[in-house]
Design a protein around this ligand. Sequence first.
Ligand code: ACO
Length: 430
Amino acid sequence: MSDKSATLNLGEKSITLPVRSGTIGPDVVDIGKLYGQTGAFTYDPGFTSTASCESKITYIDGDAGVLLHRGYPIDQLAEQGTFLETCYLLLYGELPTLAQFSDFQSRVYRHTMVHEQMLKFFTGYRRDAHPMAVMVGTVGALAAFYHDSLDIADPHQRMVASIRMISKMPTIAAMAYKYSIGQPFVYPDNSLNYTSNFLKMCFSIPCEEYKVNPVLSKALDHIFILHADHEQNASTSTVRLAGSSGANPFACIAAGIACLWGPAHGGANEAALQMLQEIGTVDRIPEYIARAKDKNDPFRLMGFGHRVYKNYDPRAKIMQKTCHEVLGTLGIKDDPLLDVAVELERIALHDDYFIEKKLYPNIDFYSGITLKAMGFPTSMFTVLFALARTVGWIAQWKEMIEDPHQKIGRPRQLYTGAPMRDYVPLDKRG
Ligand code: ACO
C-alpha cells in the first residue's frame, strides 16, 4: 500500500480510496469497497484502465516498448535462453540451476505422449476442420483422461497438470496438423529437445529419415519464447476468469485457446499473412494504406497496433531478425511477401496516420512470414501461438489459485434495458 490516496466526489458523498503501488508501473486506485461505500460501480469496457489482478509474472511498459518476465527483458531471454528455461522461469519465478533444469526437462519429457484413446478424438473431426477447433476440443478433453491431476486444491496435482499441458501441447498441435494433411501421427521422440521434437512430429514421415535443421529449431524456439506470456491479455484473462470458478486446468486452457483464436488476438498472425498475400506486390501498398486510413472501410493493417504497446513491440524487433535468419538459412532470397512486409512497415512508420495513433508493427507482422517459410500452413499459426502461450496461461492460472485473496471473477454492468414492467398474456398482446 502506498501513502497516496484518491478522493472521489459522487453527489453529496466524498470518499477516500486507497492507492496501491507495484514494484514498477502505474499505481492502482483500489476500488474494491467503492460499491459498499457509494452504491456505484465503475465502468470500463475493454478494461482500458482496470487492473484485474495482482501479478508477479510479467511486466509491460507499452510506451517504452519494454517486456519483462519475472524481471528479465524478453530480448535477453530470447537471445540467450531456451523456451523450456523460460517455462521454468514463468512457473517457478526464478531461472533454474543446471540441476533444476535437468529435473524439469525430464519431468516435461516424461509426459509428451497422449493417451492412446485420444487418437479417436482427432479422427472424429472432419478432415478440413480448422486445427484451432481441434485444439479447443482435444485440450478440453484432456480432463477426461487425466483424473489424477484435476484437484486444484492439491499443489502437487496442480503442478502435474501444468507439466502435462506444457508436455502434451506440441504432441496435440502436431497431431492436429498431421490429421489435416492426411498423414500418420508421429509419436514424440524424447531424445530431441522440446522444439526439435515438435518439428519432427510435424514434418517427418515414417518412410523417410528426418533430420531437424538446428537453425530452424532455434528460430522456432525463439518464436515460442516471444509468445510465452504477455500479462493480462484477452486469452490469459479468459483463463483466469474460467479458473476463478474452480474449473479444472484443462478446461481453463481450452477456454484460453478459444479466446486466442479471434483475429484481434492470436488469429492476427494468420490474418497478417493473408493480408500480405492479398496485397501481393509493393506497388499495391498505397491502396491498402488508404483503405486502412478510411473510416468508412473496416479494413485494418493486420499486424499493426496493440492495446498496450504504443511504441515498437519489443518482440517484433526480435521476430524481424529471426525472420531474416530463417529466410537466409532456407536460401529464400526473393520472397515477395517479405518485400511487401518491409515496404509496408517502412511506409506505415513514416505515415502521419500511423505515427499519430502510435501504430507500430506487432509480433504478428513478421511471425507469419517466418512460419510459412518453415513449412507451416497459415491455419497452424495460431496453434503455434497457443502451444507457446500455454505456459503463460498455466503460470497465471497457478498464481491466481495460489492467491489467498482469490475470488470468483464476477464483473458488474451498466444496465440500459427495459425497467421493470408487468407480463402481458399472449392473447392480450396487440
Ligand atoms: N490499422 C488501421 N488503423 C488502426 C489499426 C490498424 N491495424 N489499429 C488501430 N487503428 C486505429 C483505429 O481505427 C482507431 O482509430 P480512431 O481513434 O480514429 O477510431 C485507433 O487506431 C485506436 O484503435 P483501437 O481499435 O481503439 O485500439 P485498441 O487498443 O482497441 O486495439 C488492436 C488494438 C485490436 C490490436 C488493433 O490495433 C487492431 O485491430 N490491430 C490489427 C489486428 C492485430 O494485429 N492484432 C494483434 C494484436 S497483438 C497479439 O494479439 C499478439
